[in-house]
Design a protein around this ligand. Structure first.
Ligand code: G16
Length: 544
């Protein structure tokens, strides 16, 4: 095996965002761009020699090419063994599961998550550590610093690794094992959930579901688990074949982009249960017949009912939610007598809490829910949790949610996204609001008086690391909230997110339309910032 040292020059735009480095495919294809980043990762790791690495991605355009390049760089840098998902596929939660199960020192996951793929679309890369979770900020910042000074990388001569055949191959000294991407993950799910009860639900003939894999990575996982192991009827999984361009779709499981599924669930002979996952399989959307479960409610409901699921029967230690996620989970934590942590947006912030056994469940408003079984959010896991609840409670999705609201009250919640807006205008909105925050406290807007207004900062309770500027919060005296944040995952212009929440204890008003219930708060958000005029947008791109 010949190792070449290639002279390179730094790129200045390789700072990982909320979840790794995400850019257009055309950017990743610039000379040495991917190579520099991968070498920067390896340079940053302390123990490299002989390490075991997990490698795979969501199957999007450039996935296979990138895997070939990364394998050559890994071999040239002394990596001992790489476990690669067959066909280059690994869902993000499956990668996390495999890192943990086989004691790998880390993993490289190739995905731009829910962002569209194809030659004009997005690509992404992130490094996960030995606990199976995304690298913490300290490490991503160190990788970024390395990308700014890198001037060479090591790579073997061209070599083609056969990605579609299970078994072991070698690239010089490095072993490459092509593994079944689904089996270990499916086994883990079978250990956590009552597959027997879920199978009976499907066997009864009175329960039908549709799962939209959106032509992304979860297709093979959902087919194996739902149709083969649990006996759901063939065709339950729709858009189940992973495609490099996701069938030209936008693999983001929400009411806007999972339109086919939404139409089916709102149709006349609707199935009882609908679910979808995203590009890399870590997000989930849960639907009942003509009913949408907000991700924030989903977290609270899973926590409140965890004792009904075998893997969590012994109870949960605590819950964590990202700051913009609604406070529904806080009410459950209080009732259970367990702590509820509020973290910045980004799954990486849950890792320390999970490792320290402070929490069992965690979730985010951005369609992410998960637990201590892996260190990533997990789309199919959430779907199976819900199926287990439906089977155990013998209630529909809507009945479960309404019963929850009846007991805890309803945290009416919505997120408005203004995607692809002018970055300067969006930064202006945030900067001006940040400057105005100190003067807002005590001010009255309609029925609401401001109790707290700040730029959210987080001190990690385990390692005491500080993360600042994580979103602007305006909290009113009745607990209602407005949160403004710029997305850290977009690749074009900026995406401004407005999160709106109001608590409704009155059960007679729980049926109210969400947008109607939040209209006055949304108007206050505009009054405070004039953001619509400044962004030149009348309405959000996506409402969830
Ligand atoms: C990523 C992160 C999540 C985050 C989401 C949205 O999800 O892992 O923690 O909530 O992005 O982040 P932002 O609001 O900054 O766009 P994914 O599914 O894209 O990896």
């Amino acid at each position: 095996m010949n190792v070449n040292t290639i002279t390179s020059h730094p790129y200045t735009d390789q700072r990982p965002g909320t979840s790794g480095l995400r850019k257009k495919v055309s950017v990743f294809r610039k000379p040495h761009y991917l190579e520099n980043f991968v070498q920067a990762v390896f340079n940053t790791l302390e123990e490299m020699a002989g390490m075991t690495l997990v490698l795979g991605g969501d199957g999007r355009y450039y996935n296979r090419e990138a895997i070939q390049i990364i394998l050559r760089i890994a071999a040239a840098n002394g990596v001992g063994r790489v476990l690669v998902g067959r066909g280059g596929l690994l869902s993000t939660p499956a990668a996390s599961c495999i890192i943990r199960k086989y004691g790998a020192q880390g993993g490289i996951i190739l995905s731009a998550s829910h962002n569209p793929g194809g030659p004009e679309g997005d690509f992404g890369i992130k490094y996960n550590t030995a606990n199976g979770g995304p690298a913490p900020e300290k490490l991503t910042e160190a990788i970024y610093a390395e990308t700014l000074r890198i001037d060479r990388y090591r790579i073997t001569d061209p070599h083609h690794v056969e990605l579609d055949t299970l078994g072991e191959q070698h690239l010089g000294e490095m072993a490459i094992e092509i593994i079944d991407p689904v089996a270990d993950y499916a086994d883990l799910m079978a250990n956590l959930f009552d597959f027997h009860a879920i199978r009976q639900l499907f066997d009864s003939g009175r329960f039908r579901m549709r799962f939209d894999a959106m032509h992304a990575v979860t297709g093979p996982y959902a087919k194996e688990i739902l149709e083969h192991r649990l006996g759901a009827e063939p065709g339950t999984v729709m858009n189940g074949e992973p495609l490099a361009d996701f069938g030209r779709g936008h693999p983001d499981p929400n009411l806007t982009y999972a339109r086919d599924l939404v139409d089916i669930l709102w149709g006349c002979s609707s199935p009882d249960f609908g679910a979808a996952s995203d590009g890399d399989g870590d997000r989930n959307m849960i639907l009942g017949a003509r009913f949408f479960v907000t991700p924030s409610d989903s977290l609270a409901i899973l926590a409140a009912n965890a004792h009904l699921v075998p893997g969590y029967r012994q109870g949960i230690r605590g819950i964590a939610r990202s700051m913009p996620t609604s406070q529904a989970a806080d009410r459950v934590a209080e009732a259970l007598g367990v702590p509820c942590y509020e973290t910045p947006t980004g799954w990486k912030f849950f890792g320390n809490l999970l490792d320290a056994k402070r929490i069992t469940l965690c979730g985010e408003e951005s369609f992410g829910t998960g637990s201590d079984h892996v260190r990533e959010k997990d789309g199919l896991w959430a779907v199976l949790f819900w199926l287990n609840l439906v089977a155990a409670k013998r209630q529909s999705v809507e009945e479960i949610v309404r019963a929850h609201w009846q007991r805890y009250g309803r945290n009416v919640y919505s997120r408005h996204d203004y995607e692809g807006v002018d970055a300067e205008a969006a930064n202006g909105v945030i900067d001006d609001l940040r400057a105005a925050l100190p003067d807002l406290v005590g001010r009255q807007y309609g029925d609401y008086r401001v109790a707290l207004a700040d730029d959210f900062a987080y001190v990690d309770p385990i390692d005491e690391s500080v993360s600042e500027s994580q979103g602007l919060r305006i909290i009113f005296e009745d607990g209602s909230r407005l949160v403004f944040r710029l997305s850290g995952t977009g690749t074009q212009g900026a995406t401004l997110r407005l999160y709106v929440e109001r608590y409704e204890p009155d059960t007679t008003r729980h049926g109210i339309d969400t947008q109607e219930a939040l209209a006055d708060l949304i108007a206050i958000a505009d009054e405070l910032t004039h953001f619509r005029r400044r962004l030149g947008r009348e309405a959000p791109t996506v409402i969830t």
